[in-house]
Design a protein around this ligand. Sequence first.
Ligand SMILES: NC(=O)c1ccc[n+]([C@@H]2O[C@H](COP(=O)([O-])OP(=O)(O)OC[C@H]3O[C@@H](n4cnc5c(N)ncnc54)[C@H](O)[C@@H]3O)[C@@H](O)[C@H]2O)c1
Length: 186
Amino acid sequence: MSDVPSVDPLRIGIAGIGNISGQYLATLPRLAGVRVSAVADIDPARAAAVAGPGIRALTPAELLAADDVDLVLNLTVPAAHAEVALAAVAAGKHVYNEKPLALSTVDGRQILEAADAAGVRVGCAPDTVLGTGTQTARRRLDGGGIGVPVAATAFMVSPGPELWHPNPAFFYGTAAGPCWTWARTT
Ligand SMILES: NC(=O)c1ccc[n+]([C@@H]2O[C@H](COP(=O)([O-])OP(=O)(O)OC[C@H]3O[C@@H](n4cnc5c(N)ncnc54)[C@H](O)[C@@H]3O)[C@@H](O)[C@H]2O)c1
């Protein structure tokens, strides 16, 4: 028997059923601590297409008001991130935003301050830094495994999201992705 007390799963409502939502919908059912209870999109057909047993298709407003949603998983386009996150916080929900948190640090701070005041929590992608690769590297660094690093370099090269994304315009918009957010708005 485990000493870990059992807790009810965190009930997730997904806002934005686009390209990336499939990965979340495939992965989240494997985690015991969470349960997707509702989905919503400004295009109702997108939400309806992934609804099923235990997952209700709602309008975005219904999702924010739903009693069976503890956390809004914000998978909308970047331009809608702050608005959706602030509405979720105002409704008393925790929020996890896809990246970027918001299009500006002003909006990002507003989300964090509103969440602090409301007593809810905010998370944001990318959470891949918590994965085994980065954490193993961090552990080796912290443990002195490679001595004192004097320099670091990293590259990520891609021919562009238009090769695989059906609607890639936002990737080229303001504050698209975490690097742009920090480079252009701080
Ligand atoms: N596609 C990827 O591989 C990928 C990878 C990493 C991060 N992301 C991030 O995930 C987010 C979503 O990306 P995507 O590729 O799924 O985009 P997408 O354009 O395919 O889907 C976005 C969905 O959000 C909906 N939407 C827009 N505004 C809304 C609102 N106010 N309320 C409810 N629904 C709304 C749209 O109708 C659409 O269905 C973006 O922030 C992006 O940066 C995507």
